[in-house]
Design a protein around this ligand. Sequence first.
Ligand SMILES: [Zn+2]
Length: 136
Amino acid sequence: MKGREPAKVEIQCPACGREAWLVRKPKYDGFTKVGETLTCALCAHEFASESEVPFRGSRQPQVFTAADRPRPVQVFREDEKGRMCRYCAEYVVNPFIQRCGLHKCEVQATDTCPHFRPKPPPKEEAENETPGPFRL
Ligand SMILES: [Zn+2]
């Protein structure tokens, strides 16, 4: 036994289109529990009821559609730190667990992974990279 681990219920979220997991929170009316909210852990999409939740039953590897496929990433300088999970686009954090969205396993922020792909920068990618006249 390795401590308490929240049961993760895997879903295929229709809102964000990702493989995510379900977040259950009790819903209170005053002090009376009146039900649960069911939300997607990744995009916080709320499901009206349990029957709406697109559970993923099997654990078999998902076949990626073309749209899901990570785009080839352009040069990421050989920076050791650059390959850590915490900088990876697949790295997902919630209050209980850090997770690799690609391998669907628990990871540490400092793990490194051969399938690392850098998290996209917060800004939209530079639109027009004008070839600078300064290039040597
Ligand atoms: Zn979602």
